[in-house]
Design a binder for this molecule. Structure first.
Ligand SMILES: [Mg+2]
Length: 263
């Protein structure tokens, strides 16, 4: 089990993990956040949120300047710069989606199809925060409104365009193939080493199927109890390095760190 003063990195999902699914509060995690800050342990946000949403949150969390992974891995920011980016731009992805809708009659609604007012209604965000959620760089969030058969056809049509669907807590995310949270984390770990030059020991925390590639990649995985209908299926077999929380959101988050980090 790692200790707080090992070259440790915490990689975390936001919604339903560090942040409460309903209230977006992280209060129960605050004691651990303080401990991590005091020990200089980087807290890397790895979220479906956009960079525009993550930066102000980092300010509130007291982790300004830490690297982060946005839009489910389509965007990685290191030292304030976009260092790795989806092979496809947001505009490009939206154009493909419109073409597939015209060709196949798929029924879905994306963030680019609506105003921040609708996005605010879907998410419970304020209109201002909904504007930040719409400031997308490398993936589109959609609500599927068609049949299961059409969904399979949609997935195949996206694959023919080198795009894939990733399931988040509230939406499906359309992004370049092979640019999920796991690939983004691997990229980050090869470009961001501990000051001693060592590779970081990573503890990952997440509650949704979109977190699985990241949770398979980290050294220690915390699966936070969540509300998703689809459970988090991990491929890794080292069960002693996987912890399932009993609490939801930031309570489960703290439980996980207490389980894995020795004092
Ligand atoms: Mg989540």
């Amino acid at each position: 089990m790692p200790k707080l003063h090992d070259p440790l990195m915490i990689v975390t999902d936001l919604d339903g993990s560090l942040l409460d699914h309903h209230s977006y509060s992280w209060l129960p995690a605050q004691p651990w956040l303080n401990r991590l800050t005091r020990a200089d342990v980087p807290l890397v946000v790895c979220s479906s949120k956009t960079a525009a949403e993550i930066v102000p949150l980092q300010r509130s969390l007291g982790i300004v300047g830490a690297p982060f992974i946005a839009e489910n891995g389509a965007v990685v920011k290191l030292e304030g710069q976009v260092q790795a980016k989806s092979a496809r731009s947001y505009d490009d992805i939206c154009q493909v989606l419109q073409r597939l809708r015209d060709q196949h009659g798929f029924k879905f609604t994306g963030f680019s199809d609506v105003t921040e007012k609708e996005v605010a209604e879907w998410t419970g965000l304020t209109p201002h925060d909904a504007t930040l959620a719409r400031a997308r760089e490398g993936s589109e969030s959609v609500i599927w409104r068609d049949t299961t058969e059409q969904f399979t056809a949609f997935q195949q049509a996206l694959a023919a365009d080198s795009l894939e669907l990733v399931q988040g807590g509230r939406f499906w995310h359309v992004m370049s193939q092979g640019s999920g949270k796991g690939a983004a984390l691997e990229w980050l770990l090869t470009h961001y080493a501990h000051p001693t030059g060592q590779r970081y020991i990573t503890i990952g925390l997440g509650d949704g199927p979109n977190d699985a590639p990241m949770l398979d990649k980290v050294d220690y995985a915390v699966v936070i109890k969540g509300y998703s209908k689809n459970s988090v299926e991990l491929k890794r077999e080292d069960k002693d390095r996987v912890f399932y929380s009993t609490g939801f959101g930031p309570e489960g988050w703290s439980e996980g760190l207490t389980h894995f980090i020795q004092d």
